[in-house]
Write a protein that binds this ligand. Structure first.
Ligand code: AMP
Ligand code: MN
Ligand code: MN
Ligand code: MN
Length: 278
């Protein structure tokens, strides 16, 4: 039997709509056999997800999606098969989480100057115990009808160049890769085509990533086109990286794909799961 993998998705521990438990149930219903929960800069959802995965008999890979800053660009690095309790990783995460909180207050201040007050308090309630992300701001702006869609919230307020954008210096690419590797995990560059960077830029970043101990690249990402799969495949081949696949699922009824609904990885690539322990 060929297994169905989905190695990138989000729960309420960051900006996903479903609790870790409900997310695992949904993955199971969608026929996923191996699921990695990869919340933004937190491992807090993994315990609950593991319990449910054991209940249902699906394999849960401990994952994370870390934000990093490389040459003034924000990149996302997925860590797979990490030890979520590793002290070095934990220390790194508390720094990232402090940056997220600080940034959230500054985004709210900027929105207040645009006549939209009280947003920090609102997103804090909405994020609950989870990490605050720009998704929470976008959801608030949509709920309060300041915008008509999530996309508009990003385009008019939250994206780089817009009035509520706050530039953040996350940990470096080398640092986040080292946290993952030291925690026993595999570091994967997430959605390489979504940054709208030149091939030359990505190639240089991948050289640094590999040098730091990075091993994989996300070749199939839920929102990507087949053309993007082809381009990502070229990066994988050129840098001899293993290939990962994930929906980047955040919520039912969203622009993101459904869990497990992924095209196959190009057969010539080595899948990242060849590095998972049996
Ligand atoms: P953050 O890591 O806090 O900067 O938030 C980034 C998150 O915002 C991403 O992981 C996406 O889930 C979400 N996001 C970014 N751009 C868009 C968009 N145009 N529409 C919907 N969600 C988006
Ligand atoms: Mn997200
Ligand atoms: Mn991402
Ligand atoms: Mn993601």
């Amino acid at each position: 039997m060929t297994l169905r993998y989905d190695l990138h998705c989000h729960s309420t521990a960051s900006d996903g709509a479903l609790s870790p438990r409900d997310l695992v149930s949904r993955a199971f219903e969608q026929g996923v056999n191996v699921l990695a929960l990869t919340d933004h800069d937190t491992v807090d959802g993994l315990g609950e997800a593991r319990l449910q995965a054991q209940q249902l008999g699906i394999r849960l890979i401990n994952g994370i999606e870390l934000s990093c800053t490389h040459l003034n660009q924000c990149l996302h690095i997925v860590g797979l098969n990490i030890d979520p309790d590793h002290p070095g990783l934990r220390e790194g995460l508390s720094k990232q989480q402090a940056l997220r909180d600080e940034r959230a207050k500054r985004i709210a201040d900027k929105l207040a100057k645009k006549g939209i007050p009280g947003v920090y308090e609102a997103v804090l309630v909405n994020a609950g115990k989870g990490e605050i992300t720009r998704t929470h701001f976008a959801e608030y702006l949509l709920r309060q009808a300041y915008v008509n869609s999530m996309q508009e919230a990003f385009d008019r307020y939250l994206n780089k160049g817009q009035p509520a954008y706050v530039s953040t210096t996350w940990a470096s690419l080398e640092e986040v890769v080292s946290w993952i590797v030291n925690a026993g995990g595999i570091a994967v560059l997430a959605h390489p085509l979504r940054y709208k960077l030149s091939n030359k830029w990505i190639n240089r970043a991948l050289a640094v990533f590999k040098e730091a101990g990075g091993q994989g690249i996300e070749v199939v990402n839920g929102r990507g086109s087949l053309e993007e799969v082809r381009l990502a495949q070229q990066f994988a081949e050129r840098h001899q990286l293993v290939a990962s696949t994930g929906s980047d699922f955040h919520a039912p009824d969203s622009p993101y794909l459904e869990l497990g609904r992924l095209v196959e990885l190009p057969a010539t690539l080595i899948p990242v799961w060849s590095l998972f322990p049996n």
